[in-house]
Design a protein around this ligand. Structure first.
Ligand code: ATP
Ligand code: MG
Length: 385
């Protein structure tokens, strides 16, 4: 029996069709990365699977149980870390974990022991006795994830577990998720970062406009995109056509002044030099040129011929971000300095959707996520008593 089995699931909010007939199967022990831009339907699908939102149509089973008819049983066996951190601000990190532990029906002693283990594991020991109000975004996120691991769920949903985290926090979350999977937990995680899906997932499922538009291993998808991308920012939009001609088959336009050239990962520096030389020979003025890994944009360009959810990005006033200069040059730059402000190489890798939080989703998300966690706790509480 698969861990997740979804057939033709639909969900609309008013005139917005968030899920337009999704089919998905996740095997036990598998890690599936659900990859998609803002507004693609990732959170909606996770909420349907976590029994927090009834689908309008179709069928969804989790661990062999129907998410609508057997919701209470499903909730006993899953864990969820929602997109918005849901921690209690007035409690300390340690108190948060102990409280959640007791709500999950651990004995007081077990809740204390498990809280200490998790504080250690998520690098929160020093901050453990400060109120969560004083935590940074990354610390909150780690605390939130820790609280969904107090009891070991058979199936864990992680909704954008690392968005906005610095490289060190992100790595620690990746590490912990790998450990969980080694211990036999099935994982469905959503992300906007191809790199993250690639690092963690056995299989990547790409979703856009409420539909699954591709799936495969990271290598499958990357093959469609090319191993790396040279990103060129032209000084003059009139020169785009000339640039594309000069750069050959692997070049494609991304916006008015931005051109991407797909290259394979080998001899990347030489290819960058060739691209630079070709542009120079064609007499073009370049504002910026950099090497980076393919992003969701690149996957989308290949899959759909369009950058991800243009309308969504523009509609949120983030249209400008598409013309942001590439800020990552040749590799990820210095990583692993936990003291640095949130510098996420994947976020900085020129993905215009990366910084584009959906303000409507965020506004409703805040309270919804707090409600999610409560619903989750309550469900467990009721089911066990
Ligand atoms: N409660 C809601 N009420 C109205 N519209 C909603 C609600 N939840 C989601 N939507 C809409 O449904 C669509 C899918 O949203 P969803 O949150 O599932 O996207 P997502 O893939 O998680 O995006 P993000 O990467 O921004 O988190 C969006 O157009 C969103 O605005
Ligand atoms: Mg979401």
């Amino acid at each position: 029996m698969p861990a997740v089995s979804v057939e033709g699931v639909k969900k609309s909010f008013g005139s917005t069709q968030a899920l337009a007939g999704v089919d998905l199967e996740v095997a036990r022990g598998e890690i599936v990365g659900l990859l998609g831009p803002n507004g693609a339907g990732k959170t909606t699908l996770v909420r349907v699977l976590a029994t927090l939102l009834p689908p309008d149509g179709g069928r969804a089973e989790v661990l062999g149980l129907d998410v609508v008819r057997q919701a209470a049983q499903v909730r006993q066996r899953i864990g969820l870390t929602g997109q918005q951190a849901a921690v209690d601000e007035i409690l300390t990190g340690r108190e948060n974990l102990r409280l959640f532990g007791e709500l999950f029906h651990l004995s007081v002693a077990d809740a204390r022991r498990r809280a200490d283990e998790l504080l250690e594991r998520f690098d929160l020991v020093e901050a453990a006795d400060r109120t969560a109000r004083t935590y940074s975004g990354g610390m909150r996120r780690r605390l939130d994830l820790a609280s969904s691991l107090l009891v070991r769920p058979e199936l864990l949903f992680l909704d954008e577990p690392t968005t906005g985290l610095d490289p060190r926090s992100r790595n620690s979350i990746w590490e912990v998720t790998r450990e969980l999977v080694d211990e036999g937990t099935t994982l469905l995680l959503t992300t906007q970062y191809l790199e993250e899906a690639d690092q963690l997932a056995d299989r990547i499922v790409v979703i856009d406009h409420g539909r699954i538009i591709a799936e495969g291993t990271g290598d499958d998808l990357k093959e469609q995109v090319g191993g790396q991308v040279v990103e060129v920012l032209l000084a003059n939009p009139d020169e785009r056509r000339t640039a594309l001609a000069a750069l050959g088959d692997h070049a494609h336009p991304v916006g008015e002044v931005r051109v991407h050239v797909g290259i394979d990962g080998e001899h990347a520096l030489q290819r960058v030099a060739q691209v630079a030389a070709a542009l120079d020979e064609a007499g073009l003025t370049v504002r910026d040129l950099g090497l980076r890994r393919p992003t969701l944009d690149d996957v989308f360009l290949q899959l759909t011929g369009n950058p991800p959810s243009d309308a969504e990005v523009a509609g949120n006033g983030h249209a400008h971000s598409g013309d942001r200069p590439a800020d990552v040059h040749v590799g990820d730059g210095p990583a692993g300095d936990g003291a640095a402000p949130a510098v996420d190489p994947t976020a900085a890798a020129g993905d215009p959707t990366a910084a584009a939080d959906d303000p409507t989703a965020a506004a409703s998300g805040d309270t919804a996520a707090a409600g999610d966690r409560r619903a989750h706790i309550n469900a467990r509480g009721e089911d066990h008593s």
